[in-house]
Write a protein that binds this ligand. Structure first.
Ligand SMILES: [Zn+2]
Length: 459
């Protein structure tokens, strides 16, 4: 729930972004778009000549690192961080890091399925990507891709291009408005000095197709040379392309290579080389290790998905947790919560929701209506009613399973209380809420649940 406090109202956020954007345009005009770029080849393995402007942009990256912390966006789990650093070490080519690069691996509380690297060597993995990946090879591929952007000095190269800067300007507003929670995007839009904003936007959201391809191929080469399964890269692309809650917006993603294209060029590379022989057992152990290390952050990410009304994504993530660890009452409870919150939504997006008009309507509904209003609107349709009937049965079943695994799971009782309240079964809701408060007398939402309890009609 820390997250909720960090999120501004959509209206305020948009206003601030617009203001920041206008200020930024002025700054851009006054500083001039083209920098004094030394005429020098910036191919790999050759020293990169930093301009004065670039050195000051580098400082902005360090500032952004600190700002993510200050805004409470950095998720701290020492074991997980050590694990990420270890995978990083296995995929980064040996030797000293290049000038002005210090490798750091951090996790951001952000449910978008994304990862990015700042040119100073800070590699950020969103909780959303960690909760969606299936094994260690995929994680290594993601890290390898980001490492390539840093080693190739991609952000600096693109920042030297006028066309790229204009493209990034177009992206800034869209990103801040469309990214769930606005977390990373709003920190940049509101916090960064105006000249840095464009640079950071390029670094995080807007590498060109050519550079994305270069990063993909670098990652694939590294996987081929290490003890990972390079084919997992193809699975990774498909996984990143999944858009359960129909949120991907064109201008934001338009510069990414298309899925089929990415699969084709990586597949071609893989077929042209022979990978290291890695045993099935070692890959299975790495998979278990990955899922174990990310179980906690995945639960946290499911909560972020709930907060951002991404119920389908939450359901997929919870199902993944339950598949991995079916004996965890906590995991089962997240699955039950997902079904309950999915409410009148179908499990998969409908054909209408996937149409361009449907996408717009969905976004607007999220922007203009409160969660309750959105739910009421959906309940008015036959499809909504029918989805709710199925989802509430699934929710109840999973809550019961969670309680079979751990009879003292207070959260399962609270979930059941909420479910029965919505099903208009006040007597059962009262019983469940009472059990919750009994089992968790110091619950942070005690007052809220007590109020809900008091409002229910006693027989
Ligand atoms: Zn990239």
């Amino acid at each position: 729930m820390i997250r909720q406090e960090a999120i501004m109202s959509e209206k305020n956020k948009t206003l601030l972004v617009i203001r920041a954007f206008i200020f930024f345009l002025f700054a851009l005009v006054s500083t001039g778009l083209s920098q004094n770029v030394p005429a020098q080849n910036t191919q790999k393995n050759e020293p990169f000549a930093f301009t004065k402007v670039e050195l000051s942009l580098l400082e902005q990256c360090d500032l952004l690192d600190r700002r993510f912390e200050k805004e409470g966006l950095v998720y701290t789990d020492e074991a997980l961080n050590a694990y990420l650093a270890q995978i990083g070490k296995s995929i980064i080519p040996p030797g000293e890091p290049p000038e002005h690069v210090q490798w750091r691996f951090r996790v951001l509380r952000d449910p978008a399925t994304n990862a990015f690297a700042l040119p100073n060597g800070s590699i950020y993995l969103h909780s959303g990507i960690l909760s969606s990946l299936e094994n260690e090879s995929q994680l290594a591929a993601v890290i390898g891709h980001e490492v390539a952007h840093v080693l190739g000095r991609h952000s600096y190269k693109e920042n030297r291009s006028y066309r790229k800067k204009i493209a990034a300007i177009n992206v800034i507003g869209t990103v801040a408005r469309s990214v769930p929670g606005g977390g990373v995007a709003s920190v940049i839009a509101l916090g960064a000095a105006s000249t840095a904003r464009i640079f950071l936007t390029i670094s995080i959201y807007h590498h060109s197709q050519d550079l994305e391809r270069e990063a993909d191929l670098f990652a694939a080469e590294r996987l081929l040379d290490s003890n990972y399964d390079p084919k997992e890269m193809l699975a990774l692309f498909k996984l990143l392309d999944r858009d359960y809650d129909v949120e991907q917006i064109e201008p934001f993603y338009s510069d990414h290579p298309k899925l089929q294209e990415r699969i084709a060029y990586v597949d071609q590379l893989l077929k042209s080389k022979s990978p290291n022989a890695v045993s099935v057992e070692s890959l299975a152990a790495a998979r278990t290790r990955y899922l174990m290390m990310t179980e906690k952050i995945s639960r946290h990410d499911i909560q972020l998905n709930f907060d951002n009304r991404r119920y389908r994504t939450a359901l997929a993530r919870s199902q993944k947790l339950v598949n991995f660890n079916p004996n965890s009452s906590e995991n089962m409870c997240y699955l039950a919560d997902s079904y309950r919150l999915l409410g009148p939504n179908t499990m998969e997006p409908t054909g209408e929701e996937l149409s361009p008009d449907g996408r717009k309507k969905l976004l607007e509904m999220k922007r203009k209506l409160t969660p309750d209003e959105e739910e009421r609107t959906r309940m008015e349709t036959a499809a909504g009613q029918s989805a709710w009937k199925t989802n509430r049965a699934d929710a109840e079943e999973q809550y019961r399973k969670a309680l079979e695994l751990d009879a003292y799971n207070a959260v399962a009782h609270r979930g059941l209380g909420m479910l029965y309240e919505r099903m208009e079964k006040p007597q059962q809701a009262i019983e469940e809420y009472r059990k919750y408060l009994e089992l968790k007398p110091d619950a942070s939402d005690r007052m809220i649940i007590q109020r809900r309890l008091d409002a229910l009609p006693l027989k």
